[in-house]
Design a protein around this ligand. Structure first.
Ligand code: 5GP
Ligand code: ZN
Length: 134
């Protein structure tokens, strides 16, 4: 029965155009199948340093629940999304960028520059960031 429900979910993600949970690199990081430089973890989210940093401080915060992009967030995910902002400011403080400032970015879709189909929030700091972004 569980297997059947799981298969339906995999098909759901494929139909939605996202990667399946099985293929998702961030789900693999959550499961520890791909190593990461972890900065924080709890039951809802995990945070790790970006493999290709764009600023002296650049980490990602992701929900443990596989949500393929911002368009897929539902009302029941509100607690997770709000929690991500609390975690962001706590990590920023731990890394000493809370006073100098930082930017939280979530890219969505092709025009937004999203390359990994698992919702993630970039936190960038440690230098003066330009605005508007390119
Ligand atoms: P996006 O372009 O989707 O907004 O951001 C994806 C981010 O994930 C990129 O900044 C990229 O460097 C980072 N990334 C992709 N693969 C890995 C990985 O395997 N490990 C880590 N730590 N970061 C990754
Ligand atoms: Zn995933």
């Amino acid at each position: 029965m569980f297997r059947r429900i799981f298969n339906i979910n995999i098909e759901y993600y494929k139909v939605k155009g996202g990667e399946s949970v099985e293929d998702c690199i961030f789900c693999k990081i959550i499961k520890g199948e791909i190593p990461s430089d972890k900065v924080y973890e709890d039951d809802m989210v995990i945070s790790f340093k970006d493999i290709s940093p764009c600023a002296p401080a650049h980490f990602l915060i992701i929900p443990k629940k596989h949500i393929s992009n911002l368009n897929e967030i539902t009302e029941e995910d509100s607690k997770i999304i709000a929690h991500i902002y609390i975690v962001a400011k706590e990590i920023a403080k731990k890394l000493g960028i809370d006073k100098t400032g930082y930017r939280i970015v979530a890219n969505c879709g092709e025009d937004g520059g999203q390359t990994v189909q698992h919702v993630h929030f970039h936190v960038l700091g440690g230098r003066l960031l330009q605005w508007p972004p390119g």
